[in-house]
Ligand binder design. Structure first.
Ligand SMILES: [Zn+2]
Length: 264
């Protein structure tokens, strides 16, 4: 009976899903997106404003100036990859966390704890990576996947007779309510954001060594007592570093082009 109900739920979900794949401009791939760009951007803007209201903005003039310059150059490098209607905004939050995030709509925040340990090239990689999540619409993809899991989950949960199983089910699927910034990105999303972000950083004239040294720095920190917050939402494994190395030649070529154009 239980299995039967899950199958019914999937039968309802599958035809619905086949019509819900949209092409993402920056990656050229189709992705499951169950919301309009406007809805996605509105949700992003609301949660960003909420976070800013609860945070202390940095008054460190050096940090603000550094982020301003890096973000401006990266946004220029993003160019046409920016989803329609994107209104970029960025702030430094005063907090010792080693963290940064972006939400749909192009809203970015970098914590002073990250500013303190990163060089400009390293920071450009992190901010570029965040811009990559925005241009690839990963926020909308995560929310869409969670909506599907919740829909299937609620039907299946009703079919479970034992209270213990139902509780376990809630725990497994309970993350669905934590939309947006809290859920970690999937590995695939991380590779994609690294691919796009390292290209944006190189095109903006930042040395691709910065990406590799940043990941190495974060990896070292994660082995100590001060786990960087950034890694809790942007999972890091050795594959990620290996994949970024594979992009090194492409990024170096783009970086050299950007630097020689600037000199002319
Ligand atoms: Zn990420």
């Amino acid at each position: 009976m239980k299995r039967f109900t899950v199958v019914i739920a999937l039968l309802i979900a599958v035809p619905f899903l086949c019509c819900a794949y949209s092409k993402v401009e920056s990656t050229g791939k189709k992705a499951l997106i169950l919301m309009s760009l406007e809805e996605e951007q509105q949700l992003g803007t609301e949660s960003y404003n909420e976070i800013l209201k609860e945070s202390k903005l940095s008054t460190n003039a050096t940090y603000n100036k550094r982020l301003d310059e890096i973000a401006k150059r990266l946004i220029e490098a993003v160019g046409k990859d920016a989803p329609e209607g994107t209104q970029w905004e960025y702030h430094v939050i005063e907090d010792e966390q080693v963290n940064a995030f972006a939400v749909p709509g192009g809203k970015i925040a970098v914590y002073s704890g990250l500013m303190a340990i990163a060089s400009d090239d390293e920071l450009a990689y992190v901010v570029g990576h965040e811009l990559g999540h925005v241009t690839a619409r990963h926020g909308a993809q995560r929310m869409s996947q969670q909506a599907v899991i919740s829909a299937v989950g609620s039907v299946a949960q009703g079919a479970m007779k034992s209270e213990t199983s139902a509780t376990l089910f809630s725990v497994a699927y309970g993350l669905g309510s934590e939309y947006g910034v809290i859920l970690p990105y999937s590995r695939q999303n991380e590779y994609e954001a690294d691919n796009l972000g390292s290209l944006y950083a190189a095109r903006a004239g930042y040395n691709p060594d910065g990406g590799l040294s940043m990941l190495q720095k974060l990896k070292t920190l994660s082995g100590s007592s001060s786990m960087p917050e950034w890694l809790s939402t942007h999972p890091l494994d050795d594959n990620r570093i290996a994949k970024l190395k594979e992009l090194y030649q492409r990024n170096t070529d783009e970086y050299k082009k950007a630097v020689s154009t600037k000199k002319k």
